[in-house]
Ligand binder design. Structure first.
Ligand code: SF4
Ligand code: SF4
Length: 361
């Protein structure tokens, strides 16, 4: 039976779009950057890079909410657990290396670190145990509204969060500002866009006008977005277009944005492999500081982590190289024995590349 999504997987249409891309790109080198683990997964799963002409490149930037969490935040959680708190975190976060090892190492040492599927599970845990429970609140604009709604619902006093929530548009802006990699256009992330809408990218657009196209996760969504970016480049335009209108409204999700604004304030934040990006992180407003672990617990962490020798995660996260350009890729570093954070998370580009096998590009 022909389903709704089949329309976005149609081979004949894909052939036409690829033909268009080849024709319009000519032999100009075009580098398109996306910032989303699910886009990378779809690109690898469908072999999209191998369909494109060699001069059209698509690289993943800082689109993994786990890989980009700075090591000192993980160390902070380990120290909290050492002080006797129950630390809750999402599964992907537990193996990411930091200065004091990973949360998994700390758990193996006997510290009370538990994996939860949602922040709500952590709140329930706090209600049941009566012990201090600190949730490691990680994720982009997609996850942060859920954190906000739990905080607004007034969890018990023994519950708090340590926020490592990060925002995508400031990271896109930073990538353009750093100028370390050629960015001719952005494929904007589907889920994040459902929250922030087309309007969420306007600040980036105003400062650094490059074509941006919001895309869904089917092969044709991605191919269309590449075609539209190339069309904009050819026509000398730099606009925000939306090929994912079935999910993304121009204004995003106002209720979620309102929640974020009510609970969080934007602060400068450190991104692993990138550095500090102005107003790119979310911290709890002072009205909610009783739920802010960083205010409740006086813990000092040192910045004593450096990327493992040979690991190119910093370059991968800045869209300077592909994972397979790293000399350790699939040699010293693989999903069973990850060296850097990009090989740990399911949304990390090294992990995704290793899982699907490297394409001929
Ligand atoms: S949260 Fe969704 S949109 Fe954001 S990076 Fe992950 S998969 Fe992509
Ligand atoms: S392949 Fe491994 S070592 Fe290389 S950049 Fe990726 S995570 Fe780091």
């Amino acid at each position: 039976m022909y389903s709704f999504v089949d329309a976005y997987r149609d081979g004949k249409t894909a052939e036409q779009v690829i033909k268009y891309i080849k024709q319009e790109a000519g032999d100009r080198r075009i580098r398109i950057v996306h910032v989303c683990g699910t886009h990378e997964d779809a690109i690898m799963k469908n072999g999209i890079r191998s369909m494109l002409p060699k001069n059209v490149e698509v690289l993943m930037g800082p689109g993994c909410p786990v890989c980009t969490v700075p090591p000192n935040k993980i160390d902070y959680m380990i120290k909290l657990a050492e002080e006797g708190a129950i630390v809750t975190t999402f599964g992907d976060m537990i193996r990411v290396p930091a200065g004091l090892g990973s949360l998994a190492d700390a758990k193996a040492r006997g510290l009370d670190i538990r994996i939860v599927y949602s922040i709500h599970d952590a709140v329930k845990m706090a209600e049941k145990t009566g012990k201090e429970v600190v949730h490691f609140a990680v994720g982009f604009e997609t996850t942060a509204p859920t954190t906000a709604s739990e905080i607004i619902a007034k969890p018990p006093e023994n519950f708090s969060i340590y926020s490592a929530h990060l925002l995508i548009p400031p990271a896109m802006e930073a990538l353009l500002e750093m100028g370390v990699t050629q960015v001719d256009g952005f494929i904007d992330p589907g889920h994040v866009s459902t929250i922030i809408g087309e309007v969420g990218y306007r600040m980036v657009q105003a400062k650094y006008p490059v074509p941006q196209v919001i895309a869904g996760f089917e092969p044709l969504d991605i191919l269309f977005s590449i075609a539209l970016i190339i069309k904009q480049i050819k026509e000398g335009r730099a606009e925000i277009e939306n090929t994912y209108q079935r999910a993304v409204k121009p204004e995003g999700t106002p209720r979620a944005l309102q929640l974020l604004d009510e609970v969080f304030v934007k602060e400068d934040a450190s991104w692993r492999g990138i550095g500090t990006i102005p107003k790119s992180g979310l911290q709890l407003r002072s009205e909610y500081q009783q739920y802010d672990a960083s205010k409740k617990h006086d813990i000092l962490v040192e910045d004593n982590y450096s990327m493992p020798a040979g690991c190119k995660c910093g370059e991968v996260l800045r869209a300077m190289i592909y994972p397979w350009d790293c000399p350790l890729f699939n040699k010293g570093c693989n999903p069973d024995n990850p060296v850097g954070p990009c090989m740990v998370s399911h949304e990390g580009s090294c992990y995704i590349a290793a899982r699907y096998g490297v394409e001929e590009i």
